[in-house]
Design a protein around this ligand. Structure first.
Ligand code: CP3
Length: 365
């Protein structure tokens, strides 16, 4: 289907061999059969890799996200090492927010910390719309990466309005999202103004990445699981829909993921994703019933299983693959990001195992 492929030439002619738009990963996103089940890992760039720690030794996180040479190298590291079926851009969900004028830092071992948390309309007004120039380093890095990666697809990403808003309102990571919910319930107009502004920033950030050549995008709403379905539908879904609907004609698959979102999977599918990411709590066959036959699923091995004895891990991988067969397309992943203490060799073995176990099923993705 020519309108659903990536790359200028491919848009007109359909994918050609060696085109990332024809890769096992993009095919699975589109619910098309492929040679094996594709696999990549959230937070595969950085975290557990010694070569990442070495390159980051004297460079602050935000600075490394603004250097095209470092973005490119760190993005490629897990592809070289593990043979994963997709690369994910090395960046962070707060990079476009910083580019929009919000004073923040990413503190090692803590995460994003915002200098002046949002409490009033004036704070929302200060979040400017972003253009390509504001994130030119991402544009440059994606272009370099697309050249380097060849047939391997590159996934672009952004944080969804709720998860971004939580960092901006709380001022940093939060367990209960108390201030965020207080604002949502207590001042719905301000909440919608903030979430609307963050949806614009996320959409603009994703468009820059798509224009530069990414083959798919993932919208991370990592902390949406803190909400009831009713509140998710009322306060969050319209804003995530703005982001995903804004990309409906962009020609790349859209993945939407959150943690603890078992009860929200139907609504998260309605946000407009082609693929719904599932954490380890919900079996993929159950998830598939919730998101419906028109969407693929991604997931969902518990990241802690990478610390279990190999036979236990292997049995769980087989279970995830078996349950994933209920879906019209399955991309193997963890149920959340790679934990920093993970042995990288286990990840490499895991990629080989998924490929080996699914290559026998000729003709399906
Ligand atoms: O997935 C990848 O490998 C690509 C890179 C990536 C990073 N952050 C790099 C990073 C991606 C996709 C993200 C997304 C992100 N950032 C999310 C959504 C995904 C998720 O995990 O739920 C969220 C919630 C954030 C916010 C954030 N930034 C957190 C929670 C942290 C970790 C804090 C910590 O150190 O435990 C960060 C910092 C961060 N982002 C690091 C990396 C490699 C660690 C920075 C370091 O090495 O010092």
């Amino acid at each position: 289907m020519s309108t659903e492929t990536t790359g200028a030439a491919a848009r007109d002619e359909g994918p050609r061999p060696g085109d990332p738009a024809d890769s096992p990963f993009v095919r699975a996103c589109r619910r098309e059969p492929g040679p094996y089940t594709p696999v990549w890992f959230m937070r595969q760039a950085g975290r557990s890799l010694p070569e990442y720690r070495k390159i980051r030794a004297n460079v602050a996180m935000l600075e490394s996200c603004r250097r095209p040479d470092l973005i490119t190298e760190i993005t490629l590291q897990p592809v070289r090492r593990h043979g994963v079926d997709a690369a994910i851009l090395f960046s962070d969900i707060v990079v476009p927010v910083a580019a929009a004028g919000v004073a923040l830092d990413i503190v090692p071992g803590t995460g994003p910390v915002v200098a002046d948390p949002v409490t009033a309309a004036a704070d929302v007004e200060r979040i400017r719309p972003i253009t390509r120039d504001d994130v030119h380093y991402v544009d440059e890095a994606v272009r370099m990466l697309v050249g380097e990666l060849g047939a391997t697809p590159l996934i672009g990403f952004a944080g969804a309005p709720f998860t971004l808003a939580s960092y901006l309102v709380e001022g940093g990571p939060s367990r209960n999202h108390t201030k965020t919910k207080a604002l949502m319930y207590g001042d719905p107009d301000l909440w919608h103004a903030l979430a609307g502004r963050l949806a614009e920033v996320a959409l603009a950030f994703l468009k820059v990445q798509i224009d530069a050549g990414v083959s798919a995008v993932q919208l991370f709403d990592s902390w949406a699981g803190a909400l009831s379905e009713a509140d998710y539908r009322r306060y969050v879904l319209p804003h995530s829909q703005t982001v995903l609907a804004g990309l409906a004609d962009a020609g790349v698959p859209r993945i939407h993921f959150g943690v603890g979102t078992g009860e929200l999977l139907t609504a998260m599918g309605e946000a407009g994703a082609d693929v719904v990411g599932v954490d380890w709590r919900t079996p993929l066959d159950v998830a598939t019933r919730r998101v419906g036959p028109q969407r693929a699923v991604q997931g969902n091995l518990d990241p802690c299983l990478l610390f279990a004895p190999w036979p236990v891990l292997e049995a769980e991988v087989r279970r995830v693959l078996a349950q994933g067969r209920a879906a019209p397309g399955h991309i193997f992943n963890l149920g959340h990001g790679v934990l920093p203490e993970t042995d990288p060799d286990v990840l490499t073995r895991l990629v080989a195992l998924v490929h080996e176990l699914t290559a026998r099923e000729s003709g399906r993705s």
